[in-house]
Write a protein that binds this ligand. Structure first.
Ligand SMILES: [Zn+2]
Ligand SMILES: [Zn+2]
Length: 62
């Protein structure tokens, strides 16, 4: 997949630094789809999380 957008802040990855975002995304699910910037439907459960884009499908932690 082609990652264009930051999963945490939703800005383009080429737009400024995302070091904090990348660090945060090691712990928390993405809020935005990296391909289309749609809001992900996030579900957190005891073993991790899943984040679903209506176009690009589901991402699962771990
Ligand atoms: Zn970011
Ligand atoms: Zn998407």
């Amino acid at each position: 997949m082609t990652e264009v957008y930051c999963g945490r802040c939703g800005r383009e990855l080429t737009d400024g630094g995302h070091e904090d975002c990348r660090r945060a995304l090691e712990l928390e699910p993405p809020r935005y789809c990296a391909e289309c910037r749609r809001r992900m439907v996030v579900q957190v459960h005891p073993l991790g999380w899943s984040a679903r884009c209506s176009v690009h499908g589901e991402l699962v932690s771990g």
